[in-house]
Design a protein around this ligand. Structure first.
Ligand code: AMP
Length: 326
């Protein structure tokens, strides 16, 4: 029996290289070792996009295509859509009864997101409950591990706290999940800040070859002249290039940086070529998959039915523990 893991992503737009190197690539590798549950968190997307939900459906479809093209294998892993599995909504309601408001209010991401997304009113019941919804997403499947980046660790800690409260109140033994840390550096975007849709600085995972090349050529660098030695560790182009190279190739680039005589334009061209080498075939597979969108929905529906089956059993046990099983 393999240990179970579970992780989700919000369908808020096209995936970028930060999402790939920060999460998706890791998920694909984890499929070899674990029984994997991956989901598209459309309820979570609603917490911040409740005023403009029109894109959610197409974002779900595009995200499923990205996942499948990148290597999520529905024959090995359960890929599901959160809102097609209504146990999440019911468990969220049950858990909302005993989760102290203060635990949610002090979650670091809560105030941060309200500050960052100033264009919308996030002082809603649903947005405050975001980490609680994450908690039930997890506990419904009893995973041993939840693969996350460091920024998500406080949410796993909160989940564990809520599980302990449930177990204490209802004399139960729901398992506490552990974070499985993704060892990935924060990928810079083309302006040098963290690559993020909110900063409009992303390089899409599956952008067209010409669009991607344009974005790569516009990556911000310093103005060290071509002839001068350069520091690879301080270069945004190298930060991305090094993730696409093997060890030997990375070393050879480092040497070229330090030797001088190499311009940033050369590295950018090399990055555009490397990008095509690594992602070109995946993009072709995505184009192929995109021809039959019905089949993509079929995969999501099948995965969601399996997720419903498993989570229904666990939810029934929670209802019995609380004392409302009839
Ligand atoms: P988001 O859509 O920003 O919530 O990101 C989804 C996933 O991608 C999360 O697991 C993030 O940790 C990861 N991610 C997003 N942006 C980056 C980045 N610039 N560098 C590394 N990982 C990232």
């Amino acid at each position: 029996m393999k240990d179970r893991i579970l992780s989700g992503m919000r369908p808020t737009g096209r995936l970028h290289l930060g999402n790939y190197f920060g999460a998706l690539k890791n998920w694909i590798e984890l499929q070899k070792t674990y029984e994997c549950f991956f989901f598209i968190a459309d309820f979570h997307a609603l917490t911040t996009s409740y005023e403009s939900p029109a894109d959610i459906r197409s974002n779900v479809e595009e995200m499923a295509l990205d996942f499948l093209a990148a290597g999520i294998d529905p024959g090995k892993s359960t890929l599901f859509l959160q809102s097609l599995v209504p146990t999440h909504a019911e468990a969220h309601l049950l858990f909302s009864m005993f989760t102290p408001l203060a635990w949610l209010e002090r979650t670091p991401s809560y105030k941060e997101m309200i500050e960052t997304l100033k264009d919308r009113d996030l002082r809603t019941y649903g947005f405050l409950g975001y980490p609680l919804l994450q908690t039930v997403d997890i506990v419904l499947y009893h995973p041993k591990f939840v693969p996350v980046g460091v920024d998500q660790v406080p949410h796993i800690e909160l989940c564990r706290e809520i599980v302990r409260r449930f177990n204490h109140l209802y004399k139960s033994d729901l398992p506490e999940p552990q974070p499985l840390l993704t060892a990935s550096p924060k990928l810079p975007g083309i302006d040098g800040q963290k690559m993020s849709k909110s900063y409009n600085n992303t390089i899409e995972l599956f952008g067209s070859a010409s669009e991607t090349k344009k974005r790569i050529m516009s990556i911000k660098t310093d103005s060290t002249p071509v002839g001068e030695p350069k520091d690879p560790a301080a270069c945004n182009v190298f930060a991305i290039l090094s993730l696409l190279c093997g060890d030997a190739e990375r070393k050879s680039w480092e040497e070229r940086y330090r030797a001088g005589g190499m311009g940033y334009g050369d590295v950018k061209k090399a990055l555009a070529e490397k990008y095509e080498e690594v992602f070109g075939a995946m993009r072709a597979r995505r184009d192929e998959l995109a021809r039959d969108r019905g089949a993509v929905w079929e995969i999501l529906r099948k995965g969601s039915a399996r997720a419903l089956d498993i989570s229904t059993n666990h939810l029934a046990a929670m209802r019995r523990a609380i004392g409302i099983a009839y």
